[in-house]
Design a protein around this ligand. Structure first.
Ligand SMILES: [Zn+2]
Length: 329
């Protein structure tokens, strides 16, 4: 395990000097705790009952885990054991799942990310990522106040911290679940999924700017960024691209929120409010996010016509490795 950690570190430094990745950061207690085991022998992962399995961990022996989903066929080659902030242990086997087949209807859907809603579809659906309930939010706030009062290094502080982590993990789990279900649903229902080409990481970084070139509208941008991150937009797009490889089209988001979907008139004044679009030219009225989603769909459909004769959609193979999580019992 230690040898593997050293190898992983060497790879991280090579990536850093190669200019493709950032410098590896210092490890911190309680963050990203875990280790990786490679070159797993056949028979080192076995099922003991309907909902339990065992994995042989070097120097530890057989460790039971909850068989929460199918272990990939063709044998396990490597796995990772991690402990999250909420203190839960996971074992994840690396696997490349089959991409979701396209329905073959030729239907294109536009998806617009919003801050008020998580995602708006050109079909008129408004999707919302789950968050903490009001009672849970109140509880979180009270706990955070309690944490601020707790003395550093005290047992009380550790307990409060663990409780907060558990509550936040619950929220993260709900989001993740929503992203998985939504992305699978979209990949099954539509042949082409059009999204705005938003460089989320660039946006989150650009708000504050540097000392020499301070950012503009820092507070507003920070608010927008928080909205995007909280809604897990980046994760949704990433999962879509993995589940429907070659079927996700990224569209330049320019003017998508200011263009009338009925008459194509572009005017910032048409955006009546955050929620309402009212065209100043033709009087077309719609939900602002759905209007934008329709524009995204139409742009993608235009691209598809222009690109006719290219490789068939959905015929590409997903090369991105994905890890399936299994809970350790
Ligand atoms: Zn119009």
């Amino acid at each position: 395990m230690q040898q593997q950690a050293l190898k992983d570190f060497a790879q991280a430094m090579t990536n850093f000097f190669g200019g493709t990745h950032r410098r590896p950061t210092w490890r911190k207690r309680g963050q990203g705790e875990g280790f990786r085991i490679v070159a797993v022998k056949a028979g080192d992962v076995r099922r003991v009952s309907r909902n339990a399995g065992e994995v042989k961990v070097p120097k530890v022996g057989w460790v039971r885990f909850r068989w929460s989903r199918a272990v990939p066929g063709g044998g396990v080659k490597s796995y990772r054991i991690t402990r999250d902030a909420a203190g839960r242990w996971h074992v994840a086997f690396a696997a490349i799942p089959q991409p979701i087949p396209a329905p073959g209807t030729g239907e294109v859907v536009g998806v617009d990310r919003g801050v008020a809603v998580s995602a708006a579809l050109s079909t008129g659906e408004l999707l919302n990522a789950p968050a903490l309930r009001d009672t849970e939010k109140t509880r979180l706030l009270r706990l955070e106040r309690k944490l601020a009062r707790a003395r550093r290094g005290s047992n009380r502080r550790a307990t409060v911290k663990a409780t907060i982590a558990k509550l936040k993990a619950r929220e993260a789990d709900r989001r993740k679940d929503w992203v998985e279900k939504t992305s699978t649903g979209l990949a099954r229902r539509f042949d082409v999924i059009a999204v705005e080409d938003l460089k989320i990481t660039g946006m989150t970084r650009s708000a504050r700017g540097t000392l020499a070139a301070p950012g503009r509208n820092v507070a507003q941008k920070a608010g927008l960024n928080r909205g995007i991150l909280a809604n897990g937009w980046g994760r949704l797009v990433a999962r879509l691209e993995q589940k429907a490889p070659g079927r996700v089209q990224k569209i330049n988001p320019r003017y998508t929120s200011q263009t009338c979907n009925a008459c194509r008139h572009i005017a910032g004044e048409s955006r009546e409010s955050q929620a309402l679009f009212l065209c100043v030219a033709c009087g077309h009225q719609a939900n602002a996010d759905i209007n934008a989603a329709c524009n995204i769909r139409d742009t993608a459909a235009g691209h598809a016509v222009a690109a006719r004769g290219g490789p068939p959609l959905g015929g590409l193979v997903n090369r991105e490795p994905q890890r399936d999580l299994l809970l350790v019992g």
